[in-house]
Design a protein around this ligand. Structure first.
Ligand code: NAD
Length: 363
């Protein structure tokens, strides 16, 4: 029995709907195993801009830094899309990741057997896929300076900068090696070393760090060919480690393997996770705020529910309870319940709330 302080930022669009189901499932775990989850709700992204003018206030960041873990719903939507606005919802998310020192985003992609027919790919290609992408989260193109739009006498221009230090690269590569060591001992480091200087440094440091992991096989792959391999032969991949933007794009692609964006969880951490050790982290489904389906009770809450399971495992040292959640999801899907994004013939269609109820009831 233990007490945990969880900050919940429900976000925008479908964020509050799917987060409510994640919280519902955590409450079911708390009730069953006698844990107390002290949920504290904070605003982030568009809802925070509306209320305070800022996408992330200092107070919210301080609350997040005091918490055992943060459960986050995606931010953003057309209401805040104006490119000339001073502040955007994503600014809050990037500032929160940076402000909590979370440089490693772990995105597992596991294809569940009952969903192999539900993707656009051949069942034989996706059956048995079980890989994890380690995405660098606080460097690269999304943070590098200079970064601005400006006007010259010859017209408008814009610049983004991809910058990495050797320390930033080494620490994320280590997370990749540690995870690979705990799995099938194969690490694929993804870069664009034929063109980018940051990638040349990335590749050099990957081979330096590899010396400390002689039991793990390192392979280097260019991001463009990795994008192809992910849909041609995803089973040949175990752990990918890559920089921020490549990881962002590759994991959206990888979500197709699992049948829907609504299936994939993620954890953002500031250290390598170890069994039964507690490290604070930020837990978010990989999908966005999906504004076109918001408010209709049709979003898939499974990504958020699996994200809550990752939170139990990595930040609260509750591996047994995490597995209970994963098994509950597995059993509900085995019984044929589906949200619309993963619906197929002969299955029973349910809404966001009903899916959350079904999983909570299994606990
Ligand atoms: P998105 O992930 O919101 O949606 C992509 C597609 O997947 C859409 O067809 C959507 O309907 C579907 N989808 C997403 N989540 C789903 C779920 N749980 N169940 C069923 N279907 C689901 O990406 P987008 O449309 O590119 O972006 C929408 C907004 O979200 C934008 O404002 C974007 O900036 C923001 N966004 C936020 C985050 C974040 O906060 N972490 C991440 C990505 C995008």
């Amino acid at each position: 029995m233990a007490k945990f302080r969880i900050v919940v930022t429900a976000g925008d669009g479908i964020g509050p709907e799917v987060i409510a189901e994640g919280v519902k499932v955590l409450k079911a775990i708390g009730k069953k195993y006698g844990h107390t989850f002290d949920f504290r709700y904070e605003l982030l992204g568009g809802s925070a801009i509306d209320a305070t003018g800022e996408a992330l206030t200092k107070e919210t960041l301080a609350e997040c830094n005091k918490a055992d873990a943060v459960l986050l719903g995606a931010v953003g939507g057309p209401k805040w899309d104006n490119p000339s606005a001073k502040v955007h919802p994503e600014d809050g998310l990037l500032a929160l990741r940076k402000g909590m020192g979370l440089y490693a985003n772990l995105r597992p992609v596991k294809v569940l057997p009952m969903l192999v027919d539900g993707t656009n790919l051949k069942p034989d290609v996706v059956r048995g896929v079980d890989l994890i992408v380690v995405r660098e989260l606080t460097g690269g193109l999304y943070f590098g300076r200079p970064k601005r739009r400006y006007t010259t006498t010859r017209g408008r221009r814009a610049v983004d900068s991809m910058v990495y230090s050797e320390q930033e690269i080494a620490r994320i590569i280590k997370v990749g090696f540690e995870l690979a060591r705990s799995r099938n001992k194969k690490l694929t480091s993804v870069d664009k070393a034929n063109v980018l200087e940051t990638s040349k440094l990335w590749r050099q440091i990957a081979s330096e760090v590899a010396k400390d992991y002689p039991d793990v096989k390192l392979e280097n792959q260019l991001v463009d060919s990795c994008a192809m391999r992910l849909i041609q032969d995803p089973k040949s991949i175990d752990v990918i480690v890559t920089e921020n933007m490549f990881g962002d794009i590759l994991t959206d692609e990888a979500s197709v393997l699992a049948g829907s964006m609504g299936m994939l969880p993620s954890a953002s951490l500031g250290a390598t996770p170890k069994e039964n050790e507690r490290i604070s982290g930020l837990y978010e489904p990989i999908h966005g705020s999906a504004p076109t389906i918001a408010g209709q009770n049709i979003a898939n809450p499974i990504a958020t529910i699996m994200t809550a399971a990752m939170m139990l495992r990595y930040s609260l040292a509750l591996s047994k309870e995490a597995k209970i959640i994963e098994d509950a999801v597995f059993n509900v899907l085995t019984e044929g319940y589906r949200t619309v994004d993963i619906m197929s013939a002969g299955m029973t269609k349910v809404g966001t709330k009903e899916m959350g109820d079904l999983v909570a009831a299994k606990i």
